[in-house]
Write a protein that binds this ligand. Structure first.
Ligand code: TYD
Ligand code: MG
Length: 447
């Protein structure tokens, strides 16, 4: 067999060098040279050349998905697992990635399919302990304590699994390059080989990925470009709720989120999100407002809490958890500009319950209402829900999917909604009292 040669390539400018250097002589960036296998040897031989086929000659039966056994995961995947796809599941340590995938393995195994679970992170005893806790026992789940990715193809050949789990991509390596497991070069090369096996054998692969302190997937961005689906498993340690959020999906939308709860016996699906996020609320204090948010393809009622506290002559602090801090600053600025609120010398803290992060801009109205309520020390009516986006000029913009939001509000037993002007009656025939507001001044008058 020909000797495998490696080279070092700058991932900023593409400069190539036979040896490693700290600084790229071409673009002068530091630490950008990564080891790569010289791909001359991996060229596809002419004999195995494939011919193009026409689009209509691919039968519908070739395009199918199968369920992971966890509805919320299927939802984020775009309706189930696609054969030959590689899914990267990222998340903080201890969030439940291994638990989730072991449960997926169990669901597959119980339907008679074989699953190969490659663990470079935990010993087989540790996985067994987890499976006992989850009540999982199966002769269809094949565990493997292996880090050498070059062996993977043989194992797949031997076991013939319907799905492969690799926990984690940072612990596997190929001995063909000398860098340590988890290094940029190893991540790229290992992922490329896994992709190859997945496509060749037409089975889905799940890769666990670690995240950095900043919350991004550890390793090069190119890892995310290579795989088919990237899902983040989020949540706060102190809360039991977990959120599956798709950030890339070649086979579906990335708007969907999946909600799960970590229990004593593993992860359980949250079937009624609004119910979960509202039950623990302390509704009769000021600074609390309920927002009719929309996450993915379903409405979600969620409690927003604000605390406005005077801070003397110093400029007030702003802290947001569960929404983007810049959006909080913007809403505060609109409130200050439009009305005689002296928020500049107040600390403003904002929190979304349950540890979820809301991206839907239509929670603006609830945020503004919560801030006003805390500032004036005035309790908002318990039976009212807010939906509306705030523009910089202080106007309230209409929101998409209003009808579904209103239905959810009514289902959860609320009596009144505050919504953007001109949007209420025409698309909803339910029994809710609707108060339409055109601007932030309207809102404040109506509180
Ligand atoms: P784990 O799946 O090991 O996380 P990751 O692979 O993302 O690092 O989950 C670890 C945490 O989950 C740990 O703190 C214990 C908790 N846990 C439960 O609360 N209930 C359970 O049934 C299981 C298996 C774990
Ligand atoms: Mg783990």
């Amino acid at each position: 067999m020909a000797k495998i040669t490696t080279r070092f390539v700058c991932y900023e400018c593409g400069y190539e060098s036979p040896k490693w250097m700290g600084k790229c002589p071409s673009c002068s960036e530091w630490n950008t040279l990564v080891e790569e296998v010289d791909d001359k040897r991996s060229r596809v031989p002419a004999a195995s050349r494939v011919s193009p086929i026409t689009l209509d000659s691919i039968g519908d039966e070739d395009v199918y998905r199968y369920s992971s056994g966890i509805g919320e995961l299927d939802r984020v995947l775009g309706g189930g697992m696609v054969p030959g796809s590689v899914v990267l599941l990222g998340g903080d340590p201890g969030i439940g990635k291994s638990t989730l995938l072991l449960q997926v393995a169990a669901a597959m195994a119980s339907s008679g399919a074989r699953v190969l679970y490659l663990s470079g992170e935990e010993s087989l005893k540790q996985i067994r302990l987890r499976s006992l806790r989850l009540g999982i026992n199966s002769s269809n789940i094949f565990l493997l304590n292996e880090q050498d990715i070059n062996q993977l193809d043989d194992y797949v050949d031997e076991i013939k699994p319907a799905m492969v789990i690799i926990d984690s991509i940072q612990t596997v390596y190929t001995p063909d390059i000398t860098s340590l497991p988890g290094s940029v070069a190893q991540l790229r090369e290992s992922t490329a080989r896994i992709m190859n096996i997945a496509k060749k054998r037409d089975i889905p692969f799940f890769l666990v990925g670690h995240v950095t302190k900043e919350g991004a997937l550890a390793g090069p961005k190119v890892l995310e470009h290579m795989v088919d689906v990237v899902i983040y498993f989020e949540g706060e340690k102190n809360f039991s709720f977990r959120l599956l959020r798709g950030v890339k999906n070649r086979f579906g939308s990335t708007d969907e989120i999946g909600l799960m709860e970590m229990s004593g016996q593993g992860l359980v699906e949250v079937v009624d999100p609004s119910y979960v996020f509202l039950t623990s609320s302390s509704k009769d204090c000021h600074g609390t407002a309920i927002a009719a948010s929309f996450e993915g393809s379903r409405p979600l009622l969620i409690e927003i809490q604000a605390l406005v506290a005077p801070n003397g002559p110093a400029y007030g602090r702003r802290m947001a958890s569960g929404i983007d801090g810049n959006r909080l600053a913007l809403i505060i600025a609109v409130l200050e500009k439009r009305r005689a609120f002296n928020l500049a010398s107040c600390d403003v803290y904002l929190k979304v319950t349950g540890g979820v992060f809301l991206k839907d801009p239509s929670v603006d109205l609830a945020i503004a209402a919560a801030i006003v309520s805390s500032y004036r020390e005035q309790v908002l009516p318990l039976d009212t829900v807010f939906a509306g986006e705030l523009s910089l000029s202080g106007q309230i913009r209409s929101v998409p999917f209003l009808e579904q939001r209103l239905k959810e509000v009514e289902r959860m037993g609320y009596k009144r909604v505050i919504i953007p002007a001109g949007t209420g009656r025409k698309n909803y025939g339910g029994g809710l009292e609707m108060i339409e507001v055109a601007s932030i001044d309207d809102l404040i008058e109506n509180l």
